[in-house]
Design a protein around this ligand. Structure first.
Ligand SMILES: *Cc1c(COP(=O)(O)O)cnc(C)c1O
Length: 193
C-alpha cells in the first residue's frame, strides 16, 4: 500500500522535511500549482513520484503529462485521447487510474460502473493507455464501505491491480477493501485554509 501525501495548498518548505525523510509519493490537484511547486525539485530528485489527483482540463494535459508520473482522474474519452497524444509526443507512458463516479453524483466527474467496461476497452485498444487501476471519491456523509466494495469488485472484473481510494477521513476503511493508494492530506500536514 502506498501513501500519496497530498500537498495541495502547502508550500514546498512544509513538504521538504517529508522529502528529506525519504517519502517519494506526492499528490496535487491543480496543474499550474504543481508545475510551480515541483518542477525544480523533481528535476533534482528523479525518484519522486508525482500524482495528479484533481480534475484535469484538456488544455492543461500537455503540462500535466510532462510533470506527473500518475494521473488518478481519467474521466472521459476526450481526456484519454489528449493524454495519449501528449505522451506519445514526448515518449512517456504515465500510470493511469480511471475515476469512477461511484455514487452517481451529478456534481462529481467520473465514469459510471455501468460504462466502465466499454470505457476501459477504448482506453486500451484505441489509445494504448497504461491503465493500472480505478479511483473514486465517495459521496459525503455515507458509509463508504459499500462504495469501496463496489470498487474492489469492479477492479477485479477487469483484472486491475490498483485501487486509489481513501482520504484522511476514511483511509482505514479503504484499506480494508484493498485500497493500494491512499491519498492523505490533512492528516499529514494539518488543515488547509
Ligand atoms: C485533497 C484531496 C485529498 C486529500 O484530502 P484530505 O482529506 O486532506 O486527506 C484526496 N483526494 C483528492 C482527490 C483530493 O482533492
Amino acid at each position: 500500500m502506498k501513501i500519496v501525501a497530498v500537498t495541495k495548498t502547502f508550500p514546498i518548505e512544509t513538504i521538504l522535511p517529508l522529502i528529506d525523510y525519504g517519502h517519494l509519493d506526492f499528490g496535487e490537484n491543480k496543474v499550474q500549482e504543481a508545475v510551480d511547486k515541483w518542477t525544480n525539485i523533481k528535476n533534482a530528485k528523479k525518484e519522486l513520484n508525482l500524482h495528479m489527483i484533481g480534475k484535469l482540463q484538456s488544455n492543461k494535459v500537455k503540462h500535466a503529462v510532462k510533470l506527473f508520473d500518475y494521473i488518478h482522474s481519467l474521466d472521459s474519452i476526450k481526456l484519454a485521447k489528449k493524454i495519449s497524444e501528449e505522451q506519445n509526443k514526448i515518449n512517456k507512458n504515465l500510470k493511469l487510474f480511471i475515476q469512477i463516479n461511484i455514487g452517481n453524483e451529478v456534481q462529481k466527474s467520473g465514469i459510471s460502473i455501468k460504462e466502465l467496461p466499454e470505457f476501459y476497452k477504448v482506453c486500451l485498444k484505441e489509445f494504448n493507455l497504461n491503465i493500472i487501476g480505478l479511483m473514486c471519491l465517495p459521496p459525503n456523509n455515507i458509509d463508504t464501505s459499500l462504495c469501496f466494495e463496489k470498487m474492489h469488485k469492479a477492479s477485479k472484473e477487469l483484472n486491475l491491480n490498483e485501487l486509489s481510494m481513501g482520504m484522511s477521513s476514511d483511509y482505514l476503511n479503504a484499506v480494508k477493501f484493498n485500497s493500494s493508494f491512499v491519498r492523505i492530506g490533512s492528516k499529514i500536514f494539518g488543515n488547509r485554509n
